[in-house]
Ligand binder design. Structure first.
Ligand SMILES: [Fe+2]
Length: 220
């Protein structure tokens, strides 16, 4: 079977407070999602192969449910591993200004983020939403629920039990505290900059560039 995407590599050696074993076991799950996405990408898009689709059970339903679960699993894990696996840096620059504007203070923002993490079973996600250009922290129980369309992801925290149970058992709060010690805010700032660049560029004038988009995934 031809592989269409490859798992990205991450250096877990610099992560503080979360063991390499925990992270490597977690990474295996991510690779499993990559494999499933590759399987899904090889499936036919011939409508004749998907006749009599049905929302209770059908071949197309199975494919679509698996697709959103696996592909969101890949994207979210890449964002998560990427924002914790490099030298941590303090919040500063544009993201800090935006946090203070939209959440009153950094302390309030971090506490709110962790409360979201405590309230869900899957992901806490900081996004900027073009509907109001404000920061929002969304929560979801699984990869394929709770997504807000067109939001741009900035900081992602995995709160599935598999992300912390080896090291922290049921102490999710301790895991979230360690997570924040590892955030590279330079990367969060870069993501925010990419969002503003997208807003500033006229996407319709750049349609040829988008039409030529092929096998590469956007690098978050
Ligand atoms: Fe995970």
């Amino acid at each position: 079977m031809e592989k269409i995407i490859k798992p990205k590599k991450y250096d877990f050696s610099n992560v503080i407070g979360i063991s390499e074993y925990q992270l490597k076991e977690h990474y295996k799950l991510y690779k499993g999602y990559v494999n499933k996405v590759n399987e899904l990408l090889t499936l036919s898009n011939d409508s004749q192969d998907f006749k009599n689709s049905n929302p209770t059970y059908s071949k197309m339903r199975s494919v679509k449910l698996g697709e959103s679960y696996a592909l969101n699993g890949v994207k979210l894990h890449q964002l998560y591993f990427n924002n914790i696996t490099s030298t941590p840096s303090a919040p500063k620059g544009l993201i800090l200004k935006k946090i203070v504007t939209d959440f009153e203070s950094l302390e309030n923002f971090i506490e709110y983020f962790k409360e979201v993490g405590s309230s869900v079973r899957g992901w806490a996600i900081l996004c900027i939403d073009p509907i109001d250009n404000k920061l929002h922290i969304y929560g979801s129980d699984t990869h394929d629920t709770g997504a807000m369309w067109l939001c741009y992801p900035l900081l992602i925290m995995d709160v599935y039990e598999h992300a912390y149970f080896i090291d922290f058992g049921t102490n999710k709060k301790a895991y979230m505290d360690e997570f924040f010690k590892n955030v590279n805010w330079n990367k969060v700032n870069l993501r925010l900059k990419k969002y503003f660049n997208l807003l500033q560029n006229n996407l319709f004038e750049r349609q040829q560039e988008y039409l030529s988009f092929s096998n590469s995934f956007i690098n978050f």
